[in-house]
Design a protein around this ligand. Structure first.
Ligand code: IFM
Length: 487
């Protein structure tokens, strides 16, 4: 008898289900050109950390430091995607995906971060792109998903303004080599996470806890976001679509109507959801809500930066996993606002401790689409971590499946209300290295046995396959409740 953890034993909560998108819905409801994909990132999946001339990255260094990662785990082998990408892409094709999003490891291509190109590293991405295209999977390449070359960290990393030029040079190298076949490019993955967790909270690489480093890194990431876009535009065919991605969470006050919680929610929104978005539109940073940051940030700004931070992206990637509940508190990093953990609120949560709240993706699509001049939106990450139990070659993951269906339904709800949303990428194609949490949380549609590297398509992946095959889903699909225990 296998005991399932409490959140699976509970009946799946109402929050799993789309509130207004009537079931059943089908793929056809989203329109013919809708992109259906799954996403992955280099450090989390590739492994081959020293292979064929790859230079070290800050995550190779950070994971070597004691006490940084649960159980002392690291991404040196990870899901061995470097050697097994053909198998994984076969499974993606078999699921019926139309698109696959991945990132390149900067230090695989430029071991020193700048200067000499490592041909064999670049060849890997060339092969990967071809392998996608051979399977009718459109490749979506993200330039930076957090694995800065160590050599650049030694020069100050994101806290050094020169990174804007280093990054643009790297973007050019990638565009020149792959621009004939990669039509969709994303510049950065979730800048607030790598800047905030890496430079203020110290829980991600490079492990800094310093307000000045955080603000410097934030401003340079904002500049690199736009300059990277310009570098791509200059070296890609006109038909290429250039975007960037943002982490975001729907925010609600802990005590609705309570003035200080409401104000704290607005401040948290400015930092967590708007900070990197608004400069791209020429609106500058959302400092009206964050007056204390104004003079601190000014230390890193130069005349003309407001223009430099602007870029006319073809799309924004919206990446959402949960909502957050915000309470006033005298805690500086979020400007006197704190997030109340799901566990304390008595709501269902995932293995990341994140509230199960798929409606958050609908709310964020609505919020981002409300900007005048907002580009097309795509959900470039959405998913949930739940424990998986593999029995006899089957991984039954009803909670993830329900979450996936609910999130897709929430995207349809937004689309029906006029939001120009063009795609959905599940996070993640396979289980992978979840940063400071190591291999504990599993987000994949494909299970990875890290001992054997064996892949098993989970039932959530089968659900996606059925959905993409346009099989009409019964009204009850995804609504079965998890059983209390299985033999
Ligand atoms: O695994 C991460 C990914 O690298 C970035 N977005 C959030 C995911 C889940 O934490």
């Amino acid at each position: 008898m296998i005991k399932l953890p409490p959140q699976l034993i509970e009946p799946l909560p109402a929050a799993f289900y789309p509130a207004t998108a009537p079931l059943p819905f089908s793929r056809a409801d989203f329109g013919a050109g809708f992109h259906w994909g799954a996403a992955a990132a280099a450090y989390q999946t590739e492994g081959a950390w020293q292979h064929q001339g790859k230079g070290p990255s800050i995550w190779d260094d950070f994971t070597r430091r004691k006490g940084t990662i649960r159980r002392g785990e690291h991404g040196r082998v990870a899901a061995d995607f470097y050697h097994r990408h053909e198998t994984d892409l076969d499974l993606a094709q078999g699921m019926g995906l139309t698109d696959f999003r991945f990132s390149a490891a900067w230090s695989r291509v430029l071991p020193e971060g700048l200067g000499a190109v490592n041909r064999r590293g670049l060849d890997f991405y060339d092969r990967l792109v071809d392998a996608c295209l051979e399977r009718d999977l459109q490749p979506w390449l993200t330039l930076y998903h957090w694995d800065l070359p160590s050599a650049l960290q030694a020069r100050g990393g994101w806290a050094n303004r020169n990174i804007v030029g280093w990054f643009s040079d790297y973007a050019q190298v990638m565009a020149r080599r792959l621009g004939d076949r990669v039509a969709h490019w994303a510049v950065l993955n979730e800048p607030m996470v790598f800047v905030g967790a890496g430079h203020l909270l110290g829980v991600h690489a490079p492990g800094r806890r310093h307000l000045g480093a955080f603000l410097a890194a934030a401003h340079h990431a904002t500049l690199a976001q736009a300059e990277g876009g310009r570098a791509l535009r200059a070296h890609l065919p006109d038909s290429a679509r250039i975007g960037t991605t943002f982490s975001c969470s729907y925010l609600t006050p802990h005590r609705p109507g309570h003035a200080r919680d409401e104000a704290a929610t607005r401040r948290a929104d400015a930092i967590l959801n708007r900070f990197f978005v608004e400069p791209t539109l020429g609106l500058g940073y959302p400092l009206a809500e964050l007056p204390a940051l104004r003079w601190l940030l000014e230390r890193y700004q130069k005349p003309g930066d407001d223009q430099r931070m602007q870029f006319d992206f073809d799309f924004w990637g919206v990446q959402n996993y949960t909502r957050e509940v915000v309470k006033f508190s005298p805690w500086l990093p979020l400007q006197w606002a704190t997030l109340v953990p799901a566990k304390q609120r008595g709501v269902p949560y995932t293995d990341m401790g994140w509230e199960v709240y798929p409606e958050s993706i609908y709310q964020m699509l609505k919020q981002f689409s409300a900007y005048p001049n907002a580009p097309k939106l795509l959900v470039t990450e959405s998913g949930s971590a739940f424990p998986d139990v593999a029995i006899g070659g089957v991984v039954d993951d009803p909670a993830r499946r329900a979450y996936l269906q609910a999130a897709v339904g929430q995207v349809l709800r937004a689309q029906r209300e006029g939001v120009d949303v063009g795609g959905y990428f599940a996070w993640s194609l396979t289980d992978n290295f979840e940063w400071a949490e190591g291999y504990g949380p599993r987000f994949g549609l494909i299970h990875v046995d890290y001992e054997t590297q064996q892949r098993t398509l989970k039932n959530s992946g089968r659900w996606y396959q059925q959905f993409l095959g346009d099989a009409p889903l019964p009204a009850s699909a995804g609504q079965e409740q998890a059983t209390a225990a299985r033999d």
